[in-house]
Design a binder for this molecule. Structure first.
Ligand SMILES: Nc1ncnc2c1ncn2[C@@H]1O[C@H](COP(=O)(O)OP(=O)(O)OP(=O)(O)O)[C@@H](O)[C@H]1O
Length: 244
């Protein structure tokens, strides 16, 4: 078993003995984790392993039973509003205003983060995220899942998010959309954004991850360097843990 540490001297996303109990049941059993700028940490684990609980603690959606989550050195639970300024979140279904266009959604979310852009700049952000130019002025209610994910990435870039949290973002995307999404993540990590992604996709984890963590019953049981492994080796390690 291997727990590979963050090799950067800077820490952007951190968990210290992070625990979460729901009605007497431990969902997260004392997580310790440090993620540096530009890292893509992929978290694998079966349904119910504690992946969403971890993300929700980093987002400040729920409070830890004990221990703490930190973003840029700030404890999340007591700085929820400030944390949101530097953070972007992409769930399986990106939450956008369906009656607004792609441009209007991007304008709204970036202005909430304190950034005002011209129409031309907004269109450019959307285009850079891979949204077809003709789609930008259309209502989001007619967008596909992949298009909504692209708007989510455009929002993250436009608000200069230092941290991006993703919960199963590629589930239900076709291989081309999923591949394009991976490219966007790599581009974003190259600008220094720290990325934490919960996923079931072993292949994508290998393709985009810096490190890959395996969570089982609320515990991080292994952390591996993605680059040293073939996808089938990673799958073997994963399955070994699941059959323990
Ligand atoms: N609000 C809640 N109330 C009670 N139990 C919960 C709550 N949220 C999660 N749990 C429990 O905590 C454990 C971890 O759930 P979590 O959603 O974090 O897992 P997950 O790894 O994200 O699973 P999935 O892959 O299905 O999304 C599970 O046993 C789940 O039933």
């Amino acid at each position: 078993m291997q727990i590979l540490k963050n090799n950067s001297s800077q820490v952007v996303i951190e968990a210290k003995n992070l625990r979460k109990e729901y009605q007497g049941k431990l969902a997260l059993k004392g997580l310790n984790l440090e993620i540096g700028p530009g890292e893509i940490f992929c978290l694998l684990g079966q349904n119910g392993a504690g992946k969403s609980t971890t993300i929700n603690l980093f987002l400040g959606f729920i409070k830890p039973t004990s221990g703490a989550a930190y973003i840029n050195g700030l404890e999340v639970a007591s700085n929820v509003t400030r944390i949101k300024e530097s953070l972007a979140y992409i769930p399986e279904n990106v939450m956008l205003y369906p009656n607004l266009t792609g441009i209007e959604n991007l304008s709204l979310f970036s202005s909430l983060a304190g950034f005002k852009y011209s129409d031309k700049e907004l269109r450019q952000y959307l285009e850079n995220a891979g949204l077809p130019a003709e789609a930008a002025p259309r209502r989001v209610s007619g967008y596909s899942k992949g298009m909504r994910q692209k708007v989510g990435i455009a929002i993250a870039v436009a608000k200069h998010a230092k941290v991006l949290l993703l919960d199963e973002p590629t589930s239900g995307l076709d291989p081309k959309a999923s591949n394009e999404f991976s490219e966007l993540l790599l581009n974003l990590s190259n600008t220094g954004t720290a990325i934490f992604m919960a996923t079931h996709d072993i292949f994508r984890s290998k393709a985009v991850g810096t490190r890959v963590g395996i969570m089982r019953e609320g515990e991080l049981v292994e952390v591996l360097p993605a680059s040293d492994l073939e996808a089938n080796e990673l799958e073997k390690v994963y399955l070994n843990h699941m059959h323990l």
